[in-house]
Write a protein that binds this ligand. Structure first.
Ligand SMILES: C[S@@+](CC[C@H](N)C(=O)[O-])C[C@H]1O[C@@H](n2cnc3c(N)ncnc32)[C@H](O)[C@@H]1O
Length: 216
């Protein structure tokens, strides 16, 4: 069961009772998405060529639409997102994201067919994969990873060394991964796998730091 909740910046998120876990930060879903993923990963890495973005957990499509809104001739994107449990259309419409982001783009993204490439705009192509990040083959030549799984305490298997090694293998040199989780154990594991990792400031509405990992 997923319930709608309003976060501190006014944007909605989903709450999963069985896990006692939210899809986004309760301090601000939209603010989190813009800061951690769009600004600290995509725009940080983007270099004028098409950036291949891999998102772990499509969820509500908020990270996708925020990225699509930032994509342009200088920052073109091919966005691949894996989701094991797609959210139904009725729940998505109750989030009312159309009121806080570009509605046309958002509708294009959430209504896009799964498991095929869809040109949402000339600068943003989308590939939503209905599948399991832990067992499916992952796409290759990735430049940016939005690691947006549920928290390690709630879904530890998503944060295993083996899972991150697989992610590392998908990336190009210079690739950037960000995650809201700044735990030392995750940071050390990412470094051990070969990423250069920095703790950077989290979203402006909270005090927490986040992690940015770079493949040199
Ligand atoms: C924190 S939420 C992601 C929020 C999302 N990025 C957004 O913008 O709404 C974590 C997501 O991971 C998905 N998930 C859980 N296990 C998964 C798996 N094994 N493979 C792919 N996705 C998974 C969940 O269904 C959920 O949508």
């Amino acid at each position: 069961m997923r319930e709608i909740e309003i976060t501190n910046d006014g944007s909605a998120t989903l709450y999963v009772k069985e896990l006692d876990e939210h899809y986004h930060s309760v301090k601000g879903a939209l603010t989190e998405s813009e800061h951690i993923f769009r600004d600290c990963a995509f725009l940080y890495r983007s270099k004028g060529e098409v950036a291949r973005v891999l998102e772990v957990g499509f969820g509500t499509g908020l990270n996708a639409v925020v990225t699509a809104m930032a994509a342009d001739a200088e920052h073109p994107v091919h966005y691949i997102s894996i989701e094991k449990y797609p959210v139904d259309a009725d729940t998505l419409s109750q989030l009312k994201y159309g009121e806080i982001v570009d509605e046309k783009l958002y509708n294009g993204i959430i209504n896009a067919e799964w498991n095929r490439v869809v040109e949402i705009t000339p600068f943003f192509s989308l590939e939503k994969i209905e599948g399991d990040y832990l067992t499916d083959n992952l796409p290759s030549n990735i430049d940016v990873i939005y690691f947006d799984a549920f928290a390690p305490e709630k879904q530890p298997e998503m944060w295993s060394r083996e899972a991150f090694e697989r992610l590392y293998a998908t990336t190009n040199s210079g690739a950037v991964l960000t995650t809201y989780c700044s735990k030392g154990v995750i940071r050390r594991m990412l470094m051990d796998i070969g990423f250069e990792v920095e703790r950077i400031a989290g979203p402006p509405n909270g005090k927490r730091e986040i992690l940015r990992a770079i493949k040199r």
